[in-house]
Design a protein around this ligand. Structure first.
Ligand SMILES: [Zn+2]
Ligand SMILES: [Zn+2]
Length: 302
């Protein structure tokens, strides 16, 4: 494994963006809970700030978490999304990933991951214990192998610390069997300085029930809505365990699945959750800082 290189982006540019965010934050003060800004969704990470970026990968998912030089990637969109993920990583000053997670082996989550792993080294790699017969899955296994990484499949209750991040895995249970590949999604609750995030992959009803029954702490400030906002995810009981302030739905413009479902949007609205849909606003970036309200920047206004 190569030694950690210096962060790429210049400090001055980061400082300027940070100041701009702060100034705009006062101008566009949106709610008591946090500040919503429109502008570039791609600001680099300011010192002491944790950044959670939901990359606009069209119909698919990709999330990058960054804090004090620690970088985690969860999913990388489909085979056309690699460049968007790499660009978002460059914007954040990623030099390598401390951890890469594939939530489950569907193409819209792993298709772009081999391209990302061709550019960035990873220290650790995790995915659930399911396999999939697809070209994308084969390419991913090759890319993981090329870096000499072993595949870790954490169990519910496993806690892993990566830099400032504390990850608690809450799904899938060992030996469980589901009809839907989506229900094997590796679901992780991430405690970061300044906030918590729940990343659900494509978990649907059955997975949500297992997590509720498991009695895990699912509470989170930010929810990555399961399965692109489909109606088979984000049940009221599940959402009630999370109690998020913000939610992100990652999906493509005019996608064939008609994601997100009206039912899901209603559930979020009824619960008072402020949600962002990547097909409408592009990249969504959350800025977290201990003791501060969470700030949100989106690439475009809705
Ligand atoms: Zn998906
Ligand atoms: Zn899926």
């Amino acid at each position: 494994m190569a030694a950690r290189r210096r962060r790429g982006n210049g400090g001055l540019a980061g400082l300027a963006i940070c100041l701009l965010v702060v100034v705009l934050g006062f101008l566009l003060h949106d709610s008591a809970l946090g500040r919503l800004l429109y502008g570039t969704g791609g600001a680099s990470v300011a010192p002491g700030e944790t950044t959670v970026v939901f990359v606009d990968v069209g119909q698919g998912d990709s999330t990058i978490l960054a804090s004090n030089g620690t970088f985690i990637l969860v999913d990388a969109g489909d085979e056309d999304a690699g460049n968007a993920v790499i660009q978002a990583a460059r914007d954040l000053g990623v030099d390598r990933f401390d951890l890469v997670i594939a939530s489950h082996p569907h193409n819209d989550h792993i298709g772009g991951m081999d391209d990302v792993l061709a550019v960035y080294e990873a220290d650790r790699f995790m995915m659930p214990y399911v396999e999939h017969d697809s070209k994308a899955f084969e390419r991913l296994l090759d890319a993981v192998d090329a870096q000499g990484l072993s595949i870790e499949s954490p169990k519910p209750g496993d806690v892993v610390q990566v830099g400032d991040f504390i990850l608690t895995f809450v799904h899938p249970p060992e030996g469980a069997s589901y009809e839907e590949m989506n229900d094997y999604s590796l679901v992780v609750r991430v405690e970061a300085p300044g906030g918590t995030v729940l990343l659900t992959g494509d978990a649907e009803d059955d997975a949500e029930k297992a997590m509720r029954d498991g009695g895990y702490d699912l509470s989170a400030d930010i929810l990555k809505v399961g399965h692109h906002g489909s109606k088979s995810s984000t049940g009221k009981k599940f959402l009630n365990k999370i109690q998020p302030i913000y939610a992100v739905i990652s999906c493509g413009v005019e996608n064939a699945y008609k994601h997100p479902a009206e039912k899901t949007l209603e559930t979020l609205e009824e619960a008072g959750v402020q949600y962002f849909v990547t097909s409408q606003v592009g990249r969504v970036t959350f800025h977290l800082q201990t003791g501060q309200p969470i700030e949100v920047t989106t690439e475009k206004a809705a």
